[in-house]
Design a protein around this ligand. Structure first.
Ligand code: FES
Length: 117
């Protein structure tokens, strides 16, 4: 019996924006990728780590595009729940079963690519 390795996971391949378009102060940039709104931000203010996540909060569809990312957590402007921008987990709240959709990101030649599959 031959065990086959799983097929390689696809690389993020959809262009979202230029790295320089991503605000340095924790604000969230909304990008259109294949007709879908994707939130793109830096993992923390001034960081070079770029993250991408759903623009709608998993709590009550609050506009995360109007939120801020502080120290790796996006803060929803409606009820101030926080979500880890790497795992999507709700942070320090009683709604811990909520999960923010996170998109894999790759930065190449100062362009930000996301995987929306
Ligand atoms: S809608 Fe985002 S915390 Fe309630």
């Amino acid at each position: 019996m031959t065990i086959q390795a799983p097929p390689p996971r696809s690389e993020p391949s959809h262009l979202a924006c230029a790295r320089s378009d991503v605000p340095a102060d924790g604000a969230v940039l909304t990008c259109r990728v294949e007709g879908r709104a994707i939130a793109v931000a830096r993992r923390s203010a001034g960081s070079d780590d770029i993250v991408a996540f759903d623009t709608r909060c998993p709590h009550m569809d609050g506009p995360l595009r109007l939120g801020r990312v502080v120290e790796g957590e996006v803060i929803c402007p409606w009820h101030f729940f926080r979500f880890d921008v790497c795992t999507g987990h709700a942070v320090a709240c009683d709604k811990s079963q909520m999960q923010l959709k996170i998109y894999p990101v790759k930065v190449l030649d100062n362009k930000v690519y996301v995987d929306i599959e």
